[in-house]
Design a protein around this ligand. Structure first.
Ligand code: C2O
Ligand code: CU
Length: 524
């Protein structure tokens, strides 16, 4: 195993990802930042210098379990104190599984300002993937706003509440396209090479592995390459029993590898279309991207694919149900569980502030294990949306098996339930099941749980008015965030913290400390 060393400086820069100039957070001058390339078993060392001048920062390595290095998880306020302006923090961790992962800021809303990138972990020499391809390509999806993240954050925390609304652009590999005639007084230049469309040039007949990941702050995406099917083979670092899709639904925090064969008529271009689903789109749907042969034929003669209907929840649920572990790579889950925690996904009001909370109301000192199923109608707005705040931590017995039932519900808007992609730090979990409506604790586990070949993931969606059940083993000493990966939902409180086996965590590095009471990792 090798040591891979990176030296990064995080700075604000004026850039034009969608042709409109604004301040972005860049790593060594770029957003997305550099892709970390490593092999399974390698040690990655990233020296992060905070060059933001007036802001703290921290970087999370999303999908890396940090076994034995919980202080390198980068979750500001949970696993470390922030990196102060001018200071350098050294992250050091082992990448113990091959696959496609991401990294991003875990401080304020800095991820939305551009601080993100990819991590590719390949197999050790001599071992090959259970599928063949000729080329490996990276596709990072994101949504983009013209307001600063500071203005967005201030609006979300204000009374009255100011929502961020739909993004102005969608970005593929950091590039989008905004119509400059709508830019008002902003600097916007549609011929700026920075916003030239992302083009994937392909050789006819070859097979491409596209590593697709979503860092979206808000949007659920549907990705489609005109005229080409995609075979899904990997998600979140786990091999998927291959299945073919015309287009792929992908939620923030998820990664997928798909195989695409350049098997269509080579004399023309094809659209790569990114469409918003789950929320009513109010963003031009397509980054003007295309796949092309090396001879650059004329643009696609057809209209870009429109994707599925944005509100077709069943279509997205069906894709979720298709994802299973690949034969020969199945790690069966424990057949029973030690604890079931049901998290009701609700929107609430706390001291007049709009929040995404878990559970309707609670005031116990220990966080609740479930909600009042008999008296809560998930299909309606809560009669009383007022809730209280708790920073209590869920203490998990070391090595115990824990099930989480994510129960979706109506938001504070009539007839509205949103998609929430939930991400667990420090672990992969088994996705036991998804279903519509209210989770039935007796019948749904019996009839709908997959205990045979469930996929393991680190991020999974709960669909509107539905439920998702996951299982994991609390075997990684540390404190770990579990939260909705939508940046504004997390900012509005949609997350919890698990603590497990902290007595087994060794001596904590001094570099993570020094921020008073706001961190939870303790020395024992
Ligand atoms: Cu990718 Cu805690 O998030
Ligand atoms: Cu959410």
């Amino acid at each position: 195993a090798k040591v891979r060393r990176y030296r990064w400086e995080v700075t604000y820069e004026l850039q034009s990802p969608d042709c409109l100039e604004k301040l972005v957070i860049a790593i060594n001058g770029r957003t997305p930042g550099p892709t970390i390339m490593a092999q399974q078993g390698d040690t990655v060392i990233v020296e992060v210098k905070n060059g933001l001048l007036t802001e703290n920062t921290a970087i999370h390595w999303h999908g890396i379990r940090q076994i034995g290095t919980p202080w390198s998880d980068g979750t500001e306020g949970v696993t470390q104190c922030p990196i102060l302006p001018g200071e350098t923090f050294i992250y050091k961790f082992v990448v113990d599984r091959p696959g496609t992962y991401i990294y991003h800021a875990h401080y304020g809303m800095q991820r939305s300002a551009g601080l993100y990138g990819s991590i590719h972990v390949s197999l050790p020499d001599g071992i090959s993937e259970p599928f063949a391809y000729d080329y490996d390509r990276n596709i990072v999806l994101n949504d983009w706003w013209h307001k600063t993240t500071h203005e967005q954050a201030a609006g979300l925390s204000s009374i009255p509440f100011v929502w961020v609304k739909e993004p102005q652009s969608l970005l593929i590999n950091g590039r989008g396209w905004f119509n400059c005639s709508q830019a008002g007084t902003a600097v916007c230049n549609s011929t700026n090479p920075q916003c030239s469309p992302f083009v994937l040039t392909v050789v006819p007949g070859k097979t491409y592995r596209l590593r697709i990941s979503s860092l979206a702050s808000l949007s659920a995406f549907n990705f489609e390459i005109e005229g080409h099917n995609m075979t899904v083979v990997e998600t979140d670092g786990h091999y998927v029993e291959p299945f073919v899709v015309k287009n792929l639904n992908i939620y923030s925090g998820e990664t997928y590898s798909v195989l695409v064969v350049a098997d269509q008529e080579p004399s023309r271009n094809y659209w790569a279309a990114l469409n918003v689903v789950s929320r009513k789109p109010d963003t031009p749907p397509v980054s003007p991207s295309s796949t092309t042969t090396p001879t650059t034929p004329p643009p696609s003669p057809t209209a870009p694919p429109a994707g599925p209907l944005w509100n077709d929840t069943e279509y997205r649920l069906n894709q979720s149900l298709k994802i299973r572990a690949r034969r020969g790579y199945v790690y069966p889950p424990p057949t029973t569980t030690d604890r079931v925690i049901t998290l009701l996904n609700t929107q609430n009001r706390i001291d007049g502030h709009t929040r995404w909370a878990l559970h309707h109301t609670f005031s116990q000192s220990a966080p609740p294990e479930t909600y009042d199923r008999a008296n809560y109608d998930i299909f309606k707005q809560a009669a009383n949306p007022n809730a209280t705040y708790s920073d209590a931590v869920y203490r998990l017995k070391f090595n115990s098996t824990v099930d989480i039932i994510l129960q979706n519900a109506n938001s504070m808007v009539p007839n509205n339930s949103e998609t929430h992609p939930w991400h667990l730090h420090g672990h992969d979990f088994w996705v036991l099941g998804h279903g519509p409506g209210v989770f039935d604790p007796v019948n749904d586990p019996l009839r709908k749980y997959n205990l045979v070949d469930p996929i393991m993931k680190n991020t999974v969606a709960v669909h509107p008015y539905g439920w998702t059940a996951i299982r994991f083993v609390a075997d990684n000493p540390g404190v770990w965030a579990f939260h909705c990966h939508i940046e504004s939902h997390f900012f509005m409180g949609m997350g919890i913290v698990f603590e497990e086996g902290v007595e087994r965590v060794g001596r904590l590095p001094a570099a993570i400390m020094g921020c008073g009471d706001s961190h939870h990792l303790r020395r024992h």
